[in-house]
Design a protein around this ligand. Structure first.
Ligand SMILES: CC(C)(COP(=O)(O)OP(=O)(O)OC[C@H]1O[C@@H](n2cnc3c(N)ncnc32)[C@H](O)[C@@H]1OP(=O)(O)O)[C@@H](O)C(=O)NCCC(=O)NCCS
Length: 160
């Protein structure tokens, strides 16, 4: 597998990831289709400016989208998130992508402690955190896209 920056032609993959009720069941529900082109354009700009790492997981031999890993900073907190398309779930794609991004982040040095906030009921996402070496701090409430989610708080990195 490989990681590449998000591109403007990833709109269809974003629609499959963000506008689908099953994919977004643990993230407060689907987002409106109308905003996706703007979201992709913002993500492409942020990735190209190297402000955030907004990455697509692909097979070695094609640009096909398997999954999506994002690492960004807000209010001085570095947060990582991930989504894997249904046909690739349960095959180690999420784990490989997250582990690879964490390795790159440790080498880069700017991200300090990295936080993840999967819903407490999201078994595969909590599985990723557990299996790539995050430490569980506890549960809390996170605001995500206007929804209040009951989430676990995981950390990895210098003080994690
Ligand atoms: C969550 C998601 C990214 C997981 O990606 P994935 O590629 O299917 O996960 P992996 O195959 O890499 O598995 C990662 C770990 O979780 C474990 N796991 C996977 N599914 C699991 C399940 N249903 N219950 C418990 N553990 C599970 C795996 O065993 C693995 O751990 P291991 O290496 O110790 O065995 C993917 O299911 C997804 O995109 N779901 C919808 C969107 C979403 O919830 N995004 C995350 C928001 S925080």
């Amino acid at each position: 597998m490989r990681l590449r920056n998000v591109r403007l032609d990833d709109v269809d993959a974003y629609v499959r990831m963000r506008c689908d009720p099953v994919m977004m069941a643990e993230l407060g529900g689907p987002v409106p289709r109308a905003g996706i082109e703007d979201k992709v354009a913002r993500d492409v700009r942020e990735a190209e400016a190297d402000e955030s790492w907004i990455l697509i997981v692909t097979p070695d031999d094609s640009d096909e989208v398997m999954g999506h890993i994002a690492l960004w900073t807000h209010e001085q907190v570095s947060e990582i998130g991930w989504i894997v398309l249904p046909e690739y779930q349960g095959r180690g794609v999420g784990k490989w992508g997250v582990r690879t991004v964490l390795d790159r982040a440790a080498a880069d040095g700017r991200w300090e402690t990295i936080h993840a906030f999967p819903a407490v009921t999201n078994a595969p996402s909590n599985g990723i955190c557990r299996s790539v070496g995050f430490t569980l701090l506890g549960a809390g409430v996170t605001d995500y896209n206007g929804h209040r989610l009951v989430t676990n708080h995981w950390v990895v990195g210098p003080s994690g």
